[in-house]
Unconditional design. Structure first.
Length: 169
């Protein structure tokens, strides 16, 4: 799970250290908010890190569908004149979920039971998203001259170029 291919075909190797930190943040978020399952999804539909009830985890189909739904709803919001799409919330009879942007490339999926209030989840998500953004944004970037893109660093943490991780718009 710590190596993935982005939408542009670049290999992104998050490494064990960063993946563990992301999982730790997600586990704290689940505990604080009573979210049953949380996952950090890359825009290609790949689960980068997750925590919570393993019953909600699958081999990636849900992540791919969630990312696609998020992109579609974001496009609808833009077409309707709202360029500040803050995410999506689904309220089911027994289960609810929300998709919240973390960075332009990463989305937080939160799954919770109906008695849990969305306002509590959203408040806790703000804190978790700030931690996730900090972890993503402070990742060291290897020098181009010493390491080709897509090759894990000597420390085994990650290897990518900034343009691979953060889309320039």
């Amino acid at each position: 799970m710590d190596t993935l291919t982005t939408h542009s075909g670049h290999v992104l190797h998050l490494g064990v250290t960063l993946t563990q930190r992301l999982r730790h943040t997600l586990a704290g978020y689940c505990q604080e908010s009573e979210v049953r399952y949380a996952a950090l999804l890359e825009e290609s539909g790949t689960i980068c890190a997750d925590a919570g009830d393993a019953a909600f985890k699958d081999s990636g189909e849900t992540a791919a569908l969630a990312v696609g739904a998020f992109a579609a709803l974001q496009a609808v919001a833009r077409r309707l004149g709202d360029g500040t799409f803050e995410g999506f919330f689904h309220e089911g009879k027994t289960r609810q979920f929300c998709l919240t942007p973390v960075t332009p490339q990463f989305i937080l999926l939160s799954v919770f039971e109906a008695p849990v209030r969305f306002a509590i989840v959203k408040l806790c998500a703000v804190k978790a998203i700030a931690h996730l953004q900090e972890q993503i944004e402070t990742m060291p970037i290897p020098e181009r001259s010493t390491m080709p893109s897509g090759v894990p660093s000597a420390a085994g943490d990650f290897s990518f170029e900034a343009a691979t991780l953060f889309r320039q718009e």
